[in-house]
Design a protein around this ligand. Structure first.
Ligand code: SF4
Ligand code: SF4
Ligand code: SF4
Length: 187
């Protein structure tokens, strides 16, 4: 078996995830739509420890396609066979709309090695509804959480989602540190 065709173990995944910054996509979006046109000191971001997964992030953004998306922190994820962020409670452990929580099919489940599965997000499909976040926080490790994506956000002076957020999770943060990420020692 060649080096490239070896099965990827969970430890390799964790190691690679750490090396890559642990998160899908965020490393690619240091810039923001707002930053392209004007210099800003502060931007909006969600505190993942305060978010109540209410669903308003999907519907209150002024953009038709919300600037809020879910991210996956692989350092925290347990690569569960039954992922409570992916499956409906009591569902058959098989991919399929009837078994999945995500209304848009934005999460892909991939077998790694018994009994581990990897869950990745297709950002183009994610609407920021937080259903997966709620399931993962309630019954899993909380590795899925919402972030305002700064390649999309207009950095409105009055963020419409912040005004509708029931838990005060929207914060102003420095533009040069625009993400509020979970920590492995505090999931
Ligand atoms: S359940 Fe909602 S927040 Fe989670 S991936 Fe699907 S669309 Fe995005
Ligand atoms: S600042 Fe504007 S564009 Fe950004 S998340 Fe809030 S409502 Fe959406
Ligand atoms: S509006 Fe607030 S509580 Fe609701 S999903 Fe968005 S950040 Fe979380």
């Amino acid at each position: 078996m060649s080096e490239n065709s070896k099965p990827i173990g969970r430890r390799d995944l964790l190691k690679d995830g750490l090396r890559g910054g642990c998160l899908i996509g965020l490393g690619l979006v240091a810039g923001s739509a707002a930053h392209k046109n004007r210099k800003v000191d502060m931007v909006w971001q969600i505190d993942p420890y305060t978010c109540a997964s209410c669903g308003n992030c999907a519907t209150y953004c002024v953009l038709e396609d919300s600037a809020v998306k879910v991210v996956q922190l692989y350092e925290i994820c347990a690569y569960c066979d039954f992922c409570p962020g992916y499956f409906e409670p009591e569902a058959e452990l098989e991919p399929g709309a009837e078994n999945e929580l995500c209304p848009t099919g934005a999460i892909t489940r991939k077998f790694i090695e018994e009994p581990y599965y990897e869950y990745t997000i297709d950002e183009a499909l994610c609407i920021g509804c937080a259903k997966c976040v709620k399931g993962c926080a309630a019954f899993g490790n909380g590795s899925l959480f919402l972030q305002v994506r700064h390649d999309r956000c207009l950095n409105c002076n009055e963020c419409a989602i912040a005004a509708a957020c029931p838990s005060g999770a929207f914060k102003r943060v420095p533009a040069d540190e625009p993400y509020l990420l979970k920590r492995a020692d505090h999931s």
